[in-house]
Write a protein that binds this ligand. Structure first.
Ligand code: ADP
Ligand code: ADP
Length: 225
């Protein structure tokens, strides 16, 4: 009943004759509702790991299962559909589409599932209200503050009610107070909907709020006391 499971995961980047081994034989199981922090030095491979867990990149060896599905068994289109349905992504920079309003940005993942515009708008509006942006529905990203943009990005990551949210420094670009607001929001959504969280963060005090803290070091994940 894991939302994400990987076994014997290995990744080596190869460019010409240059080979960069990042890890070999890495295992991880994320249970429903569980929150996991991934910490580690710059260059340890944290972003690489999240990309592999999210099916955005293909491991050199080993397997990733998302919601019980073996990623390598799926076509690119099916993997994209599974990613959109089962996972949410939040990055350090919001990656909202600049030409679209907050509401439209959050509606998009729902529309990609083939949901009607009315239903998508209803869900997107409810979630934007939940993250405190009910008064910003028609604002474009350029008209929102940094914290508002990140809250809109969290709403977008959650709108398809994913089993798991993968966050790569989701609060890394925010001041301390705003970072804490966005972080609390993600924890609240975890509590209410049992959404699992796997968050890469440099912030040890935020990391300690999660169920498990794992350090990626020398290509291995080890629990941090
Ligand atoms: P972290 O997120 O922990 O800072 P990364 O996963 O970004 O680490 O990078 C891990 C290692 O892999 C680093 O040595 C980095 O230089 C290398 N790396 C990351 N992406 C690529 C890539 N696309 N091509 C080649 N090497 C890469
Ligand atoms: P913060 O204090 O969080 O940095 P700002 O001072 O950037 O926020 O913005 C304050 C409020 O004004 C925000 O709620 C934002 O939505 C709104 N706002 C900022 N820029 C624009 C704009 N160009 N058009 C419309 N509303 C804006």
């Amino acid at each position: 009943d894991a939302v994400i499971r990987c076994e014997g995961l290995a990744m080596t980047y190869a460019e010409g004759t240059l080979r960069t081994p990042v890890f070999a034989g890495l295992d991880l199981v994320v249970r429903p509702g569980e929150t996991v922090a991934i910490v580690g030095a710059s260059g340890a491979g944290k972003s690489t790991l999240l990309h592999l867990l999210g099916g955005l990149d293909t491991p050199t060896d080993g397997e990733v299962y998302v919601a019980g599905q073996k990623m390598s068994d799926l076509s690119d289109a099916d993997r994209g559909r599974l990613r959109n349905r089962a996972l949410g992504f939040v990055y350090q920079f919001h990656h909202l589409l600049p030409e679209f309003t907050a509401l439209e940005n959050v509606m998009l993942p729902v529309l990609l599932n083939g949901t009607s515009v009315a239903d998508a708008a209803g869900r997107a509006r409810a979630l934007l209200e939940a993250v405190g942006l009910g008064h910003r529905l028609e604002h474009k990203p350029g008209e929102l503050s940094g914290g508002e943009r990140q809250r809109a990005a969290v709403a977008r990551a959650l709108v398809n009610r994913p089993a798991c949210v993968l966050g790569d420094e989701p609060t890394g670009n925010l001041d301390e107070k705003t970072a804490s607001t966005v972080f609390e929001l993600m924890l609240a959504l975890n509590r209410e909907h049992r959404t699992s969280l796997v968050l890469v963060t440099h912030d040890r005090s935020l990391a300690r709020r999660l169920d498990r803290v794992l350090e990626l070091h020398d290509g291995r994940l080890r629990p941090l006391a």
